[in-house]
Design a protein around this ligand. Structure first.
Ligand SMILES: NC(=O)c1ccc[n+]([C@@H]2O[C@H](COP(=O)([O-])OP(=O)(O)OC[C@H]3O[C@@H](n4cnc5c(N)ncnc54)[C@H](OP(=O)(O)O)[C@@H]3O)[C@@H](O)[C@H]2O)c1
Length: 258
């Protein structure tokens, strides 16, 4: 039970990687703070984790882009829940796969607000208390798209490059403290991600993973858990994780149907 008496704050916990992290850390005995917009999913998850692991979770249905709502969450945390040991900045999305000339500005805005601004602001809000206690681990979910761009992904890739840059700068700014900063960069993970990208078109979403064995959310949660359970003097700065069939952001070997 590596995480007994430790508090883990997870954004985007209602699905995919965030949900798998909640399960992995609950299993290890952590207290959880779970944030996402869909209240029903969060409540169902919290009940399930309580039944399975006796996990204590506090659920906050909120949009991470709503700074006032996020501020209220931090202000409402008291006692051990206010002493966050691990922040998993995971909430994020891609919207559309259009070339720049055809893309919708509203899609860009939502990606920039969610993937960049909310991650920056949540980190900024939490950092003083981590520094004061000289304890904490910030784990940002970037992407292979933060290292290699692809056509139709300009702004999503740019947001993930921003996550990478911010993680690197944060490491410089907290250097000298005991804080750790990790940037996890997954390749293709089969979650709700593609269905969200194609705005609810499940068939298109499914097509993304056709002919390959994509990563599962649990694979990424395992990696995150590994990073969070290294000895205090070990900081894993970056991790790029892809399915074996994925050589780069755009080169993927797909088995064709016989
Ligand atoms: N899947 C991949 O292939 C892949 C690859 C590389 C990186 N990533 C990154 O991994 C992270 C998690 O994605 P996933 O694959 O697990 O996708 P997912 O299944 O769609 O999960 C995304 C999570 O983010 C939450 N979220 C989105 N916008 C939000 C907002 N404005 N406020 C609060 N929560 C919000 C969603 O919850 P609600 O809808 O309930 O709000 C959901 O819980 C993202 O940052 C994504 O960019 C994914």
């Amino acid at each position: 039970m590596h995480f007994e008496n430790k508090t883990v704050f997870i954004t985007g916990a209602s699905s995919g990687i965030g949900l798998a992290c909640a399960e992995r850390f609950a299993e290890a005995g952590a207290r959880l703070i779970l944030v996402a917009r869909r209240a029903d999913k969060l409540e169902h998850l919290a009940a399930e984790l309580k039944a399975k692991y006796k996990a204590q979770s506090k659920v906050f249905p909120a949009d991470v882009c709503d700074r006032i709502a996020i501020d209220k969450i931090f202000k409402s945390l008291t006692g051990p829940l206010s002493e966050i040991d691990v922040l998993i900045n995971n909430a994020g999305l891609a919207l559309g796969k259009d070339r720049i000339q055809e893309a919708l500005l509203s899609d860009w805005e939502q990606m920039i607000d969610t993937n960049i601004k909310s991650l920056f602001y949540i980190t900024h809000a939490l950092l003083p208390s981590m520094l004061k206690r000289d304890r904490g681990h910030i784990i940002n979910i970037g992407s292979i798209a933060g290292r290699q761009v692809y056509s139709g992904g300009a702004v999503y890739c740019a947001t993930k490059q921003a996550v990478k840059a911010f993680s690197e700068a944060l490491r410089l700014d907290v250097n000298g403290s005991a804080l750790r900063v990790t940037c996890i960069e997954p390749g293709m993970v089969e979650t709700e991600f593609s269905e969200v990208r194609f705005k609810g078109n499940a068939a298109l979403g499914k097509q993304t993973y056709e002919g390959i064995e994509a990563l599962r959310a649990e694979d990424i949660a395992d990696t995150i858990f590994y990073c969070a359970t290294r000895p205090a003097h070990v900081n894993i700065q970056d991790m790029l994780i892809t399915p074996t069939a994925q050589a780069s952001a755009s080169v993927v070997y797909r088995k064709t149907k016989e």
